[in-house]
Design a protein around this ligand. Structure first.
Ligand SMILES: C[S@@+](CC[C@H](N)C(=O)[O-])C[C@H]1O[C@@H](n2cnc3c(N)ncnc32)[C@H](O)[C@@H]1O
Length: 275
């Protein structure tokens, strides 16, 4: 899934609720409201992201009471609302206030406003956060970032139990040997199918100037390994379930880089304040 440019899907809503949906649009998430109204019924990707939620719905517990969740790039809150409906206390962040306004409004419509906290923030701002979450969703954001590995490093610190990552990928079904070493004379392997790599998108993809990178699946998995939160299950073609390693530390040089890039120490699982 890659983000697409959306047109307003409602025109001339007749009820006050329809007019509210129209006022808050255009919507990327088709949220189903209690009275049957949908926020993006004509979404080009179909009933989006319901179909993307299904693989998550089956691996996450039905009862999430007492659990905390963080939805990074929450958009109109579809996933945050699903987690809140299962009883989790959810924090959603997004850099775009228009989406946060949609999420806030949708949460109220669904009576879930007390279970969802919404914060305007960039993923990199999470370097300042000192709280871990049982479940972290990082869906549809990685390829929008100019600094994807830094973001994964920042995010990995906040995962107590499970991280679910979804990203647009480039076509490449090959698989590589994890962490295979190279020499200058074997560097042609970098061009082989399945070698972890990301294509840089200098111009726009699908009319969106914020689509910067297209990793292959091997690169997603390699990056997750290198930040200490390896994928343990592929939930769908572009979606991974990951679990943090018990003890994680960056190599000295990486620690230095992380500090220089974020102004913060790389504190990991067990050293953050819970809750
Ligand atoms: C393709 S949408 C994905 C929305 C939702 N997570 C999903 O999977 O359906 C990307 C979302 O990430 C947000 N976003 C993009 N870059 C971000 C950043 N640096 N920090 C926080 N949110 C970001 C966008 O505003 C948008 O809501």
């Amino acid at each position: 899934m890659v983000s697409i440019t959306l047109e307003r899907s409602f025109t001339g809503g007749t009820t006050p609720l329809e007019r509210e949906v129209e006022r808050l649009g255009p919507w990327f998430h088709n949220v189903h409201l209690p009275n049957g109204l949908q926020t993006a019924p004509d979404h080009p990707l179909g009933d989006f992201p319901s179909s993307h939620w299904q693989p998550l719905a089956t691996v996450l517990a039905d009862d999430l009471r007492g659990r905390t969740a963080l939805d990074i790039g929450c958009n109109a809150g579809f996933y945050a609302l699903q987690l809140a409906a299962r009883g989790a206390q959810v924090t959603g962040i997004d850099r775009d206030e228009r989406y946060l306004a949609q999420a806030s409004w949708a949460a109220t419509q669904l009576g879930l406003e007390r279970s969802i906290k919404l914060v305007k923030a960039q993923v990199y701002d999470l370097a300042d956060w000192q709280q871990q979450y049982d479940i972290v969703l990082f869906m549809g954001v990685l390829y929008h970032l100019r600094y994807p590995l830094l973001a994964l490093e920042v995010v990995s610190r906040l995962v107590r139990d499970v991280l679910i990552v979804q990203t647009f990928t480039m076509p490449d079904s090959g698989s590589s040997v994890p962490g295979e070493e190279l020499t200058l004379s074997t560097r042609d392997k970098l061009c082989a199918e399945g070698w972890p790599r990301m294509a840089f998108i200098e111009a726009m993809l699908e009319g969106d100037p914020t689509n910067w990178w297209a990793p292959n699946a091997a690169a997603v998995e390699a990056m997750l390994r290198t930040v200490g939160i390896p994928a343990t299950k592929r939930l769908a073609a572009e979606t991974w379930l990951c679990r943090p390693l018990g003890s994680r530390a960056l190599a000295d040089q990486q620690t230095e880089m992380y500090r220089a890039a974020t102004g913060r120490e790389f504190t990991t699982t067990g050293s953050l304040h819970g809750g």
